[in-house]
Write a protein that binds this ligand. Structure first.
Ligand code: GRG
Length: 297
């Protein structure tokens, strides 16, 4: 990876840690356990890919980093809530995430459910607040876009389909693609869309970023499946080989590792082509596509 990209990814993660600290609640009252669990989940690290997308899509349009960071924080809170709930015993039942005990293991299940609920709600409180954006129409568009991406016709629908797909008799690529577009693709797509909304992008620019996000999201998920199949649990900071153990239909189970790898590479190349209208300004978004297919974590 280019040094410039690595530095930008680090800067995004550092800024995000500070921004999340600002927006998360703190108290020493009876609810302090909830707030501690929220901080624990959010500050456990992570690649901060969704915030990176918000920041660098917004910067295509000269949006201030401060307002893009606030929106990026909202999307990262939704991502973190989804991981907390996904790790629960009633879902994927995972004990380790980002190299640390999952929230229900560190605290307890009820606290984990509540921390997820509070993070999700806080995301919308942030987007509704006028401190980062004075135009109510822009704030409204951001709220609507995130609600659609995260809700029952977006990420949550994808999770439902995923749960219902275990031991599916004949899974095919179309089924897995739709499932993953909802489960992981929707939040990746709204991260790009948020940058475009903040930047008052034209219809054509919205479409270009949407197409980029679509292909990048699928490439990301295929690589996630490959890493689960052959990844290193220590490097990944979570259990691997879970998909096969659960009889889950994945891109790897349907395509095999080599075809899945080829497909991910093709999608990343295609994603990069959608950035042509942004010329030199989109260098870091191009690098991200390479990072997504080369990552080991
Ligand atoms: C429970 C409502 C609900 C939704 C869960 C996104 C999701 C739906 C579950 C996550 C499970 C999972 C491992 C999905 C595969 C792709 C994915 C989202 C991986 C984690 O994202 P990264 O790699 O994580 O960006 P970091 O830790 O870097 O933030």
């Amino acid at each position: 990876m280019s040094e410039q990209f690595e530095a930008a990814l680090r800067a995004c993660a550092d800024d995000m840690a500070r921004e999340l600290d600002i927006v998360l609640p703190d108290s020493d009252g009876a609810e302090s356990r909830l707030h501690e669990a929220m901080h624990y989940a959010v500050q456990a690290g992570g690649k901060r890919l969704r915030p990176f997308l918000v920041l660098h899509c917004a910067s295509l349009f000269g949006v201030s980093r401060a307002s893009a960071l606030r929106v990026a924080a909202a999307i990262e809170l939704v991502h973190t809530y989804s991981l907390i709930h996904d790790d629960l015993p009633c879902m994927d039942d995972d004990d380790v995430r980002r190299g640390q005990p999952t929230v229900h293991v560190k605290y307890d299940q009820a606290t984990a459910v509540l921390a997820g609920d509070a993070l999700l709600t806080l995301a919308f409180e942030i987007l509704g607040d006028d401190s980062y954006q004075s135009d109510p129409a822009i704030r409204g568009r951001l709220v609507l876009a995130l609600a659609r991406a995260a809700g029952g016709q977006g990420m949550v629908a994808g999770q439902m389909i995923d749960l219902a797909s275990e031991d599916l008799a004949e899974p095919d690529v179309q089924h897995i693609t739709r499932l993953q577009q909802l489960k992981t693709g929707a939040l990746i797509a709204v991260s790009c869309e948020a940058g475009a909304i903040l930047g008052r992008a034209s219809e054509q620019q919205h479409l270009a970023l949407h197409a980029y996000a679509h292909d990048l999201g699928l490439a990301f998920q295929i690589v996630d499946d490959i890493l689960d199949a052959e990844g290193d649990a220590e490097a990944m900071g979570k259990a691997v080989n879970k998909d096969e153990e659960r009889g889950k239909a994945t891109f790897v189970s349907v395509l095999g590792i080599e075809r899945a790898r080829t497909q991910a590479r093709m999608l990343a190349e295609q994603a990069v082509k959608h950035l042509d209208p942004f010329a030199d300004k989109a260098g870091l978004l191009r690098d991200l596509a390479t990072f997504v297919i080369e990552r080991r974590i």
